[in-house]
Design a binder for this molecule. Structure first.
Ligand code: ATP
Ligand code: MG
Length: 413
């Protein structure tokens, strides 16, 4: 006998009030779309969104929900928000943050927020911030940051190139416990099926077919504009990392998890453009061979190049670091950045202390002390060179390194 699997609703509807159970299960998005379809056809077009039960939010749920709210508001549905916790306010679920109006925030704390990008300049600023922030808060294995930067560029650019809209939404989030980061990009445009159907030599038979075609090498709606590398490359990078990729567009869903592919064609849709969701998860503890993923192509790492001196060595000017040299947090950020730079480049790194009069002991411990324990005394000396330290800074560093080494020697490090 065929078993009917019924799920309990994740959005409870009481009159015009919608009580969200969570913002972590992607089923919330389809339930929300179903309710909006009913609302569009009903007399009362005002809804109350109640988030009292929401404890956390994942990008693949909150980004499409925020984008849908913003766009469907323009089509006559009114929203009121109940129980917007500090966390949800910070996320900007109600009105995604505009990059141009929040440049400072974008540069300092781009993760964990829903952004709306409206131009190539916005994309450039956001991506730089994402990469900087990731490299300061987590240590990524070789190829991860480069693979991510390449992929997110392609996905965001696709929105401007193909969606038929001039804007989209994006959010990134780090899950340190499982050593993953996740990014979701959403646009409210024509969708992949329509874009390939209307203007390409590829004639997809249905929305699922369109997604399968779009991730193939060389498939583009127009050879004069693109080469069909973007989604193929993203797919290769995620697959090389055994990560997760979801593409949802029109009524179709394409899911790659641990290199197993699943597709289905029954996603809820709004009566107008449904756009496209691209959502991917990378395991940052797993190395990615970019040249293997991209068939021999190795993107130039402009950021690393800009740090190199004439001899090809990397030089970090500590005086120019915005976070300063006084706090443990700043020491940790710079340490992570240095480990990431070393993992990506495998090159010697000079730390220049010029123009620094004094540093705090906690900064010294977090940066130098912990680097010495991480790489070992010999390894540290082989990789790092300390330059232009005055005598006060020297004695602070000496003390914190000695303490740190003693601790690790005693097994407490
Ligand atoms: N956000 C989107 N909205 C609508 N269609 C899209 C979107 N993203 C991708 N597509 C469709 O999928 C096709 C393949 O995308 P892909 O990024 O692989 O190649 P491309 O953008 O055409 O070329 P390249 O990435 O090499 O510049 C696009 O040509 C377009 O038809
Ligand atoms: Mg592309």
């Amino acid at each position: 006998m065929k078993k009917n699997i019924t799920h309990e609703s994740l959005i409870k509807k009481e009159g015009q009030e919608l009580i969200f159970d969570n913002l972590t299960n992607p089923r919330v998005v389809s339930e929300f779309i179903d309710i909006l379809n009913e609302t569009l056809n009903s007399y009362n077009k005002n809804l109350i969104l109640n988030f009292k039960n929401v404890k956390g939010a994942f990008p693949n749920v909150s980004v499409p929900i925020a984008g849908i709210i913003e766009n469907i508001s323009l089509r006559g549905i009114g929203f009121e928000f109940y129980y917007l916790s500090e966390f949800l306010k910070k996320l900007s679920i109600k009105t995604p943050l505009r990059v141009q109006e929040n440049k400072d925030l974008a540069q300092k704390a781009s993760l964990g927020k829903i952004w709306r990008f409206d131009s190539a300049d916005d994309i450039y600023l956001l991506i730089n911030s994402f990469v900087d922030e990731l490299s300061q808060i987590i240590v990524c294995e070789k190829g991860v940051l480069e693979g991510f930067e390449w992929s997110i560029n392609e996905v965001l650019d696709n929105v401007l190139q193909h969606s038929s809209r001039s804007f989209g939404y994006v959010m990134g989030q780090v899950h340190p416990k499982t050593k993953h980061f996740v990014f979701c990009v959403y646009d409210t445009g024509q969708g992949i099926y329509n874009s390939l159907l209307s203007s390409s030599v590829h004639k997809p038979k249905n929305p699922v077919d369109a997604l399968k075609l779009a991730v193939k090498e060389g498939v583009t709606r127009d050879k004069k504009i693109g080469q069909g590398n973007g989604l193929w490359g993203l797919h290769q990078i995620v697959s090389e990392n055994t990560g997760i990729l979801n593409i949802i567009s029109n009524s179709a869903c394409y899911n790659l998890t641990n290199n197993e592919l699943k597709t289905f064609d029954c996603v809820s849709q709004l009566p107008y453009d449904n756009g496209c969701i691209v959502d991917f998860q990378i395991d940052y503890s797993k190395e990615i061979s970019i040249s293997k993923a991209l068939g021999g192509y190795e993107p130039v790492n402009l950021k690393l190049e800009s740090l190199e001196d004439n001899a090809g060595n990397i030089k970090i000017d500590l005086h120019s670091k915005e976070s300063g040299v006084g706090t443990r947090k700043s020491g940790e950020k710079i340490r992570n950045e240095l480990i990431n730079i070393y993992k990506q480049s495998n090159k010697n790194i000079t730390l220049d202390f010029a123009n620094i009069n004094i540093i705090s002991s906690s900064f010294a411990d977090e940066l130098i002390g912990k680097l010495v324990t991480e790489f070992g005394f010999y390894g540290f000396n082989n990789i790092f060179k300390l330059k232009n330290m005055n005598t006060s800074v020297q004695s602070i560093v000496q003390r914190s390194v000695a303490q740190r080494m003693m601790e690790s020697f005693n097994g407490k490090g």
